[in-house]
Write a protein that binds this ligand. Sequence first.
Ligand code: PLP
Length: 383
Amino acid sequence: MHTIGFNKPYLTGKEVHYMYDAVFHRHISGNGKYTKLCHQFFQEKYHFNKVLLTSSCTDALEMSALLINIQPGDEVIMPSYTFVSTANAFILRGANIKFIDSYPHHPNMNPDLIEECITSKTKAIVVMHYAGAANDMKKILSIANKYNLYVIEDAAQCINSFYIDEKNQKIPLGSIGDLSAFSFHETKNIISGEGGMLVVNNKELEKRAEIIWEKGTNRSAFFRGEVDKYGWVDIGSSFLPSDIIAAFLYAQLEELEHIQQKRLWIWNTYYKLLKPLADQGLFELPYIPEYATNNAHMFYLVCRSLDERTKLIQHLKNKGIQAVFHYLSLHSSPYYKDKHDGRMLPNADKFADCLVRLPFYYDLSQSDLEYICEEVKNFFSNI
Ligand SMILES: *Cc1c(COP(=O)(O)O)cnc(C)c1O
Protein backbone atom coordinates (compact mmCIF):
# COMPACT_ATOMS: atom_id res chain seq x y z
CA MET A 1 0.00 0.00 0.00
CA HIS A 2 1.04 3.59 -0.74
CA THR A 3 1.87 5.03 2.73
CA ILE A 4 2.23 8.73 3.39
CA GLY A 5 3.19 9.99 6.86
CA PHE A 6 2.12 13.36 8.20
CA ASN A 7 5.58 14.89 8.34
CA LYS A 8 9.03 14.05 7.07
CA PRO A 9 11.85 16.47 7.87
CA TYR A 10 13.60 17.80 4.78
CA LEU A 11 17.39 17.86 4.65
CA THR A 12 19.26 20.18 2.31
CA GLY A 13 22.36 17.97 2.42
CA LYS A 14 24.65 20.54 4.03
CA GLU A 15 23.47 20.16 7.62
CA VAL A 16 25.98 17.52 8.68
CA HIS A 17 28.79 19.30 6.85
CA TYR A 18 28.19 22.50 8.83
CA MET A 19 27.76 20.53 12.05
CA TYR A 20 31.19 18.95 11.47
CA ASP A 21 32.59 22.38 10.84
CA ALA A 22 31.04 23.70 14.07
CA VAL A 23 32.55 20.78 16.00
CA PHE A 24 36.05 21.20 14.54
CA HIS A 25 35.82 24.95 14.94
CA ARG A 26 36.05 24.09 18.67
CA HIS A 27 33.23 26.36 19.65
CA ILE A 28 30.37 24.00 20.29
CA SER A 29 28.58 25.80 23.11
CA GLY A 30 26.16 28.61 22.29
CA ASN A 31 26.65 31.93 20.48
CA GLY A 32 29.44 30.70 18.18
CA LYS A 33 30.10 31.16 14.47
CA TYR A 34 26.87 29.57 13.21
CA THR A 35 24.66 31.24 15.81
CA LYS A 36 26.03 34.57 14.61
CA LEU A 37 25.49 33.61 10.96
CA CYS A 38 21.85 32.74 11.73
CA HIS A 39 21.35 36.00 13.64
CA GLN A 40 22.81 37.94 10.73
CA PHE A 41 20.62 36.11 8.23
CA PHE A 42 17.42 37.10 10.04
CA GLN A 43 18.49 40.66 10.69
CA GLU A 44 19.40 41.19 7.05
CA LYS A 45 16.54 39.35 5.39
CA TYR A 46 13.65 40.51 7.56
CA HIS A 47 15.17 43.60 9.21
CA PHE A 48 14.43 42.20 12.66
CA ASN A 49 15.88 44.57 15.24
CA LYS A 50 17.60 41.97 17.42
CA VAL A 51 17.36 38.18 17.37
CA LEU A 52 18.54 35.48 19.76
CA LEU A 53 18.45 31.80 18.87
CA THR A 54 16.88 29.69 21.60
CA SER A 55 16.51 25.97 22.23
CA SER A 56 12.83 26.16 21.28
CA CYS A 57 9.97 28.52 20.59
CA THR A 58 8.70 27.55 24.03
CA ASP A 59 11.93 29.00 25.47
CA ALA A 60 11.51 32.19 23.46
CA LEU A 61 7.97 32.57 24.85
CA GLU A 62 9.24 31.99 28.39
CA MET A 63 11.90 34.65 27.82
CA SER A 64 9.13 37.01 26.69
CA ALA A 65 7.21 36.50 29.91
CA LEU A 66 10.37 37.22 31.92
CA LEU A 67 11.20 40.27 29.81
CA ILE A 68 7.86 41.99 30.29
CA ASN A 69 8.04 41.21 34.02
CA ILE A 70 4.87 39.18 34.32
CA GLN A 71 3.93 38.95 38.02
CA PRO A 72 1.43 36.70 39.80
CA GLY A 73 -2.09 37.97 39.12
CA ASP A 74 -1.23 39.78 35.88
CA GLU A 75 -3.55 39.02 32.98
CA VAL A 76 -2.53 38.04 29.50
CA ILE A 77 -4.85 37.84 26.48
CA MET A 78 -4.39 35.15 23.85
CA PRO A 79 -6.32 32.78 21.57
CA SER A 80 -7.81 29.62 23.02
CA TYR A 81 -7.02 27.80 19.78
CA THR A 82 -3.23 27.64 20.12
CA PHE A 83 -0.40 25.44 21.34
CA VAL A 84 0.04 24.95 25.10
CA SER A 85 3.39 26.76 25.14
CA THR A 86 1.73 30.06 24.25
CA ALA A 87 -0.09 29.89 27.58
CA ASN A 88 2.38 27.94 29.72
CA ALA A 89 5.09 30.58 29.34
CA PHE A 90 2.88 33.09 31.18
CA ILE A 91 1.30 30.59 33.58
CA LEU A 92 4.82 29.78 34.80
CA ARG A 93 5.15 33.43 35.95
CA GLY A 94 1.77 33.28 37.75
CA ALA A 95 -0.36 35.04 35.13
CA ASN A 96 -4.06 34.46 34.55
CA ILE A 97 -5.03 33.95 30.96
CA LYS A 98 -8.04 35.46 29.19
CA PHE A 99 -8.69 33.19 26.26
CA ILE A 100 -10.24 34.70 23.13
CA ASP A 101 -12.39 32.91 20.57
CA SER A 102 -11.40 32.34 16.93
CA TYR A 103 -13.06 33.98 13.94
CA PRO A 104 -15.99 31.93 12.60
CA HIS A 105 -14.06 31.07 9.44
CA HIS A 106 -10.44 31.33 10.54
CA PRO A 107 -8.70 29.75 13.52
CA ASN A 108 -6.97 33.07 14.37
CA MET A 109 -8.15 35.00 17.44
CA ASN A 110 -10.94 37.49 16.68
CA PRO A 111 -9.56 40.91 17.73
CA ASP A 112 -13.08 42.35 18.10
CA LEU A 113 -13.44 40.23 21.24
CA ILE A 114 -10.28 41.50 22.94
CA GLU A 115 -11.37 44.82 24.36
CA GLU A 116 -14.13 43.45 26.57
CA CYS A 117 -11.54 41.23 28.29
CA ILE A 118 -9.12 44.01 29.21
CA THR A 119 -8.91 44.96 32.91
CA SER A 120 -6.50 47.05 34.97
CA LYS A 121 -4.43 43.88 35.44
CA THR A 122 -3.95 43.18 31.72
CA LYS A 123 -0.29 43.30 30.70
CA ALA A 124 -0.05 41.85 27.20
CA ILE A 125 -1.78 40.51 24.12
CA VAL A 126 -0.23 37.39 22.64
CA VAL A 127 -1.07 36.89 18.98
CA MET A 128 -0.64 33.54 17.29
CA HIS A 129 -0.77 33.64 13.48
CA TYR A 130 -2.29 30.24 12.65
CA ALA A 131 -0.71 28.35 9.76
CA GLY A 132 1.49 31.39 9.18
CA ALA A 133 -1.48 33.58 8.16
CA ALA A 134 -1.25 37.02 9.77
CA ASN A 135 -3.83 38.21 12.25
CA ASP A 136 -5.29 41.69 11.78
CA MET A 137 -2.32 43.54 13.26
CA LYS A 138 -3.74 47.01 12.67
CA LYS A 139 -6.65 46.24 14.99
CA ILE A 140 -4.47 44.51 17.53
CA LEU A 141 -1.87 47.30 17.66
CA SER A 142 -4.53 49.96 18.05
CA ILE A 143 -6.03 48.13 21.04
CA ALA A 144 -2.57 47.59 22.53
CA ASN A 145 -1.72 51.28 22.12
CA LYS A 146 -5.01 52.42 23.60
CA TYR A 147 -4.47 50.36 26.78
CA ASN A 148 -0.67 50.47 26.81
CA LEU A 149 -0.19 46.71 26.51
CA TYR A 150 2.72 44.72 25.20
CA VAL A 151 2.17 42.74 21.99
CA ILE A 152 3.91 39.41 21.69
CA GLU A 153 3.74 37.36 18.51
CA ASP A 154 3.78 33.61 18.78
CA ALA A 155 5.27 33.43 15.30
CA ALA A 156 6.19 29.74 15.61
CA GLN A 157 4.66 28.94 12.20
CA CYS A 158 5.43 32.25 10.51
CA ILE A 159 8.79 32.12 8.84
CA ASN A 160 8.78 34.12 5.60
CA SER A 161 5.19 35.28 6.05
CA PHE A 162 3.95 38.85 6.01
CA TYR A 163 1.26 41.25 7.16
CA ILE A 164 0.09 43.55 4.37
CA ASP A 165 -0.67 47.05 5.62
CA GLU A 166 -2.98 49.74 4.15
CA LYS A 167 -0.17 51.01 1.95
CA ASN A 168 0.16 47.50 0.54
CA GLN A 169 3.55 47.05 2.16
CA LYS A 170 4.61 43.59 3.23
CA ILE A 171 5.73 43.62 6.85
CA PRO A 172 7.42 40.41 8.05
CA LEU A 173 5.54 38.57 10.78
CA GLY A 174 7.71 38.58 13.87
CA SER A 175 8.77 42.19 13.29
CA ILE A 176 5.55 43.76 14.58
CA GLY A 177 5.18 42.83 18.25
CA ASP A 178 7.45 44.07 21.04
CA LEU A 179 8.72 40.49 21.12
CA SER A 180 8.21 37.50 18.83
CA ALA A 181 8.93 33.80 19.09
CA PHE A 182 9.73 31.48 16.17
CA SER A 183 10.06 27.68 16.12
CA PHE A 184 12.45 25.45 14.20
CA HIS A 185 10.92 22.24 15.49
CA GLU A 186 11.07 19.50 12.87
CA THR A 187 7.39 19.98 11.99
CA LYS A 188 7.95 23.59 10.86
CA ASN A 189 9.07 24.91 7.44
CA ILE A 190 12.69 25.53 8.47
CA ILE A 191 14.04 23.17 11.10
CA SER A 192 16.84 22.27 13.47
CA GLY A 193 15.16 19.31 15.21
CA GLU A 194 14.31 21.36 18.26
CA GLY A 195 15.02 25.06 18.07
CA GLY A 196 13.60 28.54 18.21
CA MET A 197 14.31 32.24 18.20
CA LEU A 198 13.34 35.33 20.13
CA VAL A 199 12.98 38.56 18.16
CA VAL A 200 13.31 41.72 20.23
CA ASN A 201 11.74 44.61 18.36
CA ASN A 202 11.22 46.86 21.38
CA LYS A 203 14.62 48.49 21.87
CA GLU A 204 13.98 49.01 25.59
CA LEU A 205 13.99 45.23 26.08
CA GLU A 206 17.10 44.54 24.01
CA LYS A 207 19.83 44.64 26.67
CA ARG A 208 17.91 42.65 29.21
CA ALA A 209 16.98 40.01 26.61
CA GLU A 210 20.63 39.17 26.15
CA ILE A 211 21.16 38.97 29.91
CA ILE A 212 18.19 36.65 30.47
CA TRP A 213 19.43 34.54 27.54
CA GLU A 214 22.86 34.16 29.21
CA LYS A 215 21.70 32.95 32.66
CA GLY A 216 21.22 36.42 34.11
CA THR A 217 24.79 37.51 33.40
CA ASN A 218 26.19 40.27 31.20
CA ARG A 219 28.49 37.75 29.51
CA SER A 220 27.60 38.80 25.95
CA ALA A 221 28.45 42.45 26.67
CA PHE A 222 31.72 41.28 28.26
CA PHE A 223 32.74 39.35 25.14
CA ARG A 224 32.03 42.42 23.02
CA GLY A 225 34.36 44.38 25.31
CA GLU A 226 31.58 46.65 26.59
CA VAL A 227 32.18 45.82 30.27
CA ASP A 228 35.48 44.76 31.86
CA LYS A 229 34.10 41.90 33.93
CA TYR A 230 30.94 39.93 33.85
CA GLY A 231 28.68 38.76 36.65
CA TRP A 232 25.20 38.04 37.85
CA VAL A 233 23.08 41.10 37.12
CA ASP A 234 19.49 39.83 36.75
CA ILE A 235 17.37 36.69 36.68
CA GLY A 236 17.79 34.44 33.68
CA SER A 237 18.26 30.91 32.46
CA SER A 238 20.13 28.93 29.83
CA PHE A 239 18.15 29.62 26.69
CA LEU A 240 20.80 29.44 23.98
CA PRO A 241 21.29 26.39 21.78
CA SER A 242 24.62 24.73 21.03
CA ASP A 243 26.38 26.05 17.94
CA ILE A 244 25.98 22.53 16.46
CA ILE A 245 22.22 23.13 16.32
CA ALA A 246 22.77 26.57 14.82
CA ALA A 247 24.97 24.94 12.14
CA PHE A 248 22.09 22.64 11.19
CA LEU A 249 19.74 25.60 11.07
CA TYR A 250 22.09 27.66 8.92
CA ALA A 251 22.14 24.96 6.24
CA GLN A 252 18.35 25.17 6.15
CA LEU A 253 18.27 28.95 6.01
CA GLU A 254 20.54 28.96 2.97
CA GLU A 255 17.82 26.98 1.14
CA LEU A 256 14.86 28.94 2.48
CA GLU A 257 13.62 30.30 -0.85
CA HIS A 258 13.86 26.91 -2.48
CA ILE A 259 12.05 25.16 0.39
CA GLN A 260 9.32 27.79 0.36
CA GLN A 261 8.82 27.48 -3.38
CA LYS A 262 8.27 23.73 -3.14
CA ARG A 263 5.94 24.07 -0.15
CA LEU A 264 3.85 26.67 -1.96
CA TRP A 265 3.56 24.35 -4.93
CA ILE A 266 2.28 21.59 -2.59
CA TRP A 267 -0.21 23.96 -0.98
CA ASN A 268 -1.54 25.21 -4.32
CA THR A 269 -1.80 21.67 -5.66
CA TYR A 270 -3.88 20.59 -2.67
CA TYR A 271 -6.06 23.66 -3.05
CA LYS A 272 -6.71 23.07 -6.74
CA LEU A 273 -7.47 19.37 -6.29
CA LEU A 274 -9.81 19.89 -3.33
CA LYS A 275 -11.61 23.05 -4.45
CA PRO A 276 -14.39 21.21 -6.33
CA LEU A 277 -15.29 19.29 -3.16
CA ALA A 278 -15.23 22.43 -1.03
CA ASP A 279 -17.49 24.10 -3.60
CA GLN A 280 -20.03 21.36 -2.94
CA GLY A 281 -20.02 22.40 0.73
CA LEU A 282 -18.42 19.18 2.01
CA PHE A 283 -15.74 21.05 4.02
CA GLU A 284 -14.01 24.43 4.17
CA LEU A 285 -10.57 25.10 2.74
CA PRO A 286 -8.07 27.38 4.46
CA TYR A 287 -8.51 30.99 3.53
CA ILE A 288 -5.89 33.72 3.56
CA PRO A 289 -7.22 37.11 4.75
CA GLU A 290 -6.52 40.07 2.41
CA TYR A 291 -3.95 41.47 4.90
CA ALA A 292 -2.01 38.17 5.07
CA THR A 293 0.32 36.10 2.89
CA ASN A 294 0.59 32.34 2.64
CA ASN A 295 3.89 30.75 3.74
CA ALA A 296 2.61 27.22 3.09
CA HIS A 297 3.18 26.05 6.64
CA MET A 298 0.25 23.65 6.61
CA PHE A 299 -2.77 22.49 4.68
CA TYR A 300 -6.00 21.86 6.54
CA LEU A 301 -9.68 21.18 5.96
CA VAL A 302 -12.50 22.13 8.28
CA CYS A 303 -15.07 19.33 8.34
CA ARG A 304 -18.76 19.80 9.11
CA SER A 305 -18.67 17.80 12.35
CA LEU A 306 -16.41 15.96 14.78
CA ASP A 307 -17.96 12.70 13.65
CA GLU A 308 -17.17 13.35 10.00
CA ARG A 309 -13.63 14.38 10.85
CA THR A 310 -13.05 11.24 12.95
CA LYS A 311 -14.29 9.06 10.09
CA LEU A 312 -12.22 10.93 7.50
CA ILE A 313 -9.03 10.48 9.56
CA GLN A 314 -9.86 6.78 9.94
CA HIS A 315 -10.60 6.37 6.24
CA LEU A 316 -7.29 8.00 5.29
CA LYS A 317 -5.49 5.85 7.86
CA ASN A 318 -6.96 2.73 6.26
CA LYS A 319 -5.48 3.96 2.98
CA GLY A 320 -2.02 4.51 4.50
CA ILE A 321 -2.37 8.29 4.83
CA GLN A 322 -1.67 9.97 8.14
CA ALA A 323 -3.91 13.00 8.64
CA VAL A 324 -4.09 14.59 12.10
CA PHE A 325 -6.28 16.97 14.08
CA HIS A 326 -4.76 19.95 15.81
CA TYR A 327 -5.25 21.95 19.00
CA LEU A 328 -7.83 21.26 21.67
CA SER A 329 -9.17 24.59 22.95
CA LEU A 330 -7.06 25.62 25.91
CA HIS A 331 -9.97 27.20 27.81
CA SER A 332 -11.61 23.78 28.08
CA SER A 333 -8.42 21.80 28.73
CA PRO A 334 -8.20 19.66 31.89
CA TYR A 335 -5.60 22.08 33.28
CA TYR A 336 -7.48 25.32 32.66
CA LYS A 337 -11.22 24.62 32.55
CA ASP A 338 -11.74 25.41 36.24
CA LYS A 339 -9.73 28.63 35.94
CA HIS A 340 -11.52 29.88 32.81
CA ASP A 341 -14.11 32.62 33.39
CA GLY A 342 -16.89 30.65 31.72
CA ARG A 343 -17.25 32.59 28.45
CA MET A 344 -18.29 30.31 25.60
CA LEU A 345 -15.73 30.15 22.80
CA PRO A 346 -17.67 28.22 20.16
CA ASN A 347 -15.40 28.88 17.19
CA ALA A 348 -12.27 27.66 18.98
CA ASP A 349 -14.25 24.55 19.93
CA LYS A 350 -15.36 24.12 16.31
CA PHE A 351 -11.78 24.15 15.02
CA ALA A 352 -10.77 21.78 17.83
CA ASP A 353 -13.49 19.37 16.69
CA CYS A 354 -13.49 19.80 12.92
CA LEU A 355 -10.07 20.84 11.64
CA VAL A 356 -7.88 18.16 10.07
CA ARG A 357 -4.35 18.64 8.73
CA LEU A 358 -3.23 16.72 5.66
CA PRO A 359 0.33 15.40 5.18
CA PHE A 360 2.64 18.32 4.45
CA TYR A 361 6.35 18.07 3.75
CA TYR A 362 8.86 18.97 1.08
CA ASP A 363 9.16 15.48 -0.44
CA LEU A 364 5.48 15.09 -1.35
CA SER A 365 5.08 14.43 -5.08
CA GLN A 366 2.27 15.17 -7.51
CA SER A 367 1.20 11.53 -7.36
CA ASP A 368 1.20 11.54 -3.52
CA LEU A 369 -1.02 14.61 -3.58
CA GLU A 370 -3.35 13.10 -6.17
CA TYR A 371 -3.60 9.92 -4.12
CA ILE A 372 -4.45 11.81 -0.92
CA CYS A 373 -7.05 14.01 -2.62
CA GLU A 374 -8.57 11.03 -4.40
CA GLU A 375 -9.04 9.32 -1.03
CA VAL A 376 -10.59 12.46 0.47
CA LYS A 377 -12.97 12.44 -2.47
CA ASN A 378 -13.73 8.72 -2.05
CA PHE A 379 -14.56 9.31 1.60
CA PHE A 380 -17.04 12.07 0.83
CA SER A 381 -18.68 10.22 -2.02
CA ASN A 382 -19.59 7.42 0.41
CA ILE A 383 -21.21 9.40 3.18
C1 PLP B 1 5.35 24.65 17.22
C2 PLP B 1 4.68 25.70 18.03
C3 PLP B 1 5.16 26.09 19.29
C4 PLP B 1 6.25 25.37 20.01
O1 PLP B 1 7.47 25.36 19.36
P1 PLP B 1 8.70 24.58 20.03
O2 PLP B 1 9.85 25.08 19.21
O3 PLP B 1 8.42 23.12 19.86
O4 PLP B 1 8.80 24.99 21.45
C5 PLP B 1 4.53 27.13 19.95
N1 PLP B 1 3.48 27.76 19.42
C6 PLP B 1 2.98 27.41 18.22
C7 PLP B 1 1.82 28.16 17.67
C8 PLP B 1 3.56 26.36 17.50
O5 PLP B 1 3.04 26.01 16.30
